[in-house]
Design a protein. Structure first.
Length: 135
């Protein structure tokens, strides 16, 4: 195993650590923001060589972002503009972590996502999205 630079625990680990709180709006908002950041990062690093994939990642980022905004408004009584401001700030911070870790990964492996917690996060987000779309 290689030593990986990782600014955040994987989403998989977060889910394991917070298994009792998966119905909680704070936990769900964190997960949706985290997925949104992962998707924005994936869209960014694939935009030149894989524009179709980049577009799909962008659409997924919007879905998770909107879901997060809706959660804050519906479950935590946020005004919509406040929800947007809060989520944008959190997503930006998480995106910056993904960017930093992706650059470190690229410097070591020539890959921005592959064989890293970032790729695992994207897989986990896809699974979460499918589960939420069924609800």
């Amino acid at each position: 195993t290689s030593i990986q630079s990782q600014s955040m625990i994987s989403i998989h680990q977060y889910l394991k650590d917070n298994i009792k709180f998966l119905e909680d709006s704070i936990t769900l908002t964190y997960l949706m923001n985290r997925c949104s950041a992962a998707y924005v990062y994936a869209a960014e690093v694939t935009k030149d060589k894989m524009p179709d994939s980049s577009e799909k990642f962008g659409q997924a980022a919007n879905k998770t972002y909107n879901f997060s905004n809706d959660l804050l408004v519906r479950d935590m009584n946020y005004k919509y503009n406040d929800a947007v401001k809060k989520n944008k700030a959190e997503i930006k911070k998480m995106f910056n972590y993904y960017t930093k870790d992706g650059k470190d990964l690229y410097a070591r492996t020539g890959q921005y996502i592959k064989d890293s917690y970032i790729s695992l996060d994207l897989q986990q987000c896809n699974t979460l999205m499918l589960a939420f779309e069924k609800k």
